[in-house]
Unconditional design. Structure first.
Length: 265
């Protein structure tokens, strides 16, 4: 709480009153601090790939370009880092548009189960051989009011993570469960899991449980932050459960449309 005092004077310059303005600055300061942290994060995140690229470029310029073995490797590192930076900047732009409410969501009536099958089919086409996708979807039609492209982005993020963090020979369970007025969607992997104290944080911007490792895997630390915004734009909730060493489950809900009247409940 911040207090501002101003004195009120009469014609003889005598103080006749006092105005006190109390303002709640805690919220304001919190937002300001978050903004500062965010800018600092962005700078760090972009500097890492840039400095990596600089050293590889320098090595190439210093003569490595003549080495038929080394040159292609260095170029491929530079290329990967560039790709990751582009992904990061695109993610940042999307988050910024969402923050400023400058993005549109085109919701339509979708049979979620049929749609989810399509999404999984696409993953099945080019999944690493050692990973199995296991579907546990009801054989029914459940309709939700949603933006297909945005929901695809949510599922792509979660499923790609599950694949990324799955061990050799791992199974990923993709489940949908009907609850009273909503669908509960869960994606469960058998990876190394996330410690309890970090479970909520994985939805924060730039948060990574293991920085070096996820960078190597090409991550930006923004995927789940975007997924959270998008799920909330559909009036759903998203969270994660995990047992260290046993795997992670990411869950989210979507409100069901009223099956009879066709409007959202
Ligand atoms: P990234 O691009 O780094 O994957 P995300 O926002 O998608 O960013 O995820 C944030 C972090 O959450 C990841 O860096 C990782 O540490 C953790 N994480 C997400 N999904 C999983 C999972 N299935 N298993 C273990 N850790 C995960």
């Amino acid at each position: 709480l911040r207090a501002n005092f101003s004195a009120i004077y009469d014609e003889e310059d005598e103080v006749t009153g006092l105005i006190t303005v109390l303002s709640d600055v805690t919220e304001q300061e919190k937002v300001e601090q978050e903004r500062r942290e965010f800018v600092s994060n962005v700078s760090h995140e972009l500097r890492t790939p840039l400095t990596t690229m600089r050293s590889y470029m320098e090595a190439l310029a210093d003569g490595a370009w003549e080495d038929k073995e080394i040159a292609p490797k260095f170029l491929s590192v530079a290329q990967n880092e560039t790709e990751r930076m582009i992904r990061m900047v695109n993610d940042l732009l999307q988050l910024s548009r969402m923050d400023n409410k400058e993005y549109s969501i085109y919701k339509e009536k979708i049979d979620f189960i049929a749609y989810f099958h399509e999404v999984i089919d696409r993953f099945d086409m080019n999944i690493p051989e050692h990973i199995t996708l296991q579907r546990e979807l009801p054989k029914k039609h459940y309709f939700v009011w949603m933006d297909k492209d945005k929901m695809t982005q949510v599922l792509d993020n979660i499923i790609s993570n599950a694949i990324k963090y799955s061990p050799e020979g791992g199974t990923i369970r993709l489940r949908v469960e009907k609850q009273r007025h909503r669908l509960l969607i869960s994606i469960q992997d058998q990876g190394l899991g996330i410690t309890y104290d970090k479970l909520d944080k994985i939805f924060d911007r730039f948060y990574r449980a293991d920085k070096a490792r996820t960078r190597k895997l090409g991550g930006t630390g923004l995927g789940l932050a975007i997924s959270k915004e998008l799920v909330e734009a559909h009036y759903g909730k998203i969270w994660a459960k995990s047992k260290e060493g046993k795997g992670t489950t990411v869950l989210f809900t979507l409100p069901l449309m009223n099956q009879k009247r066709g409007d959202r409940k």
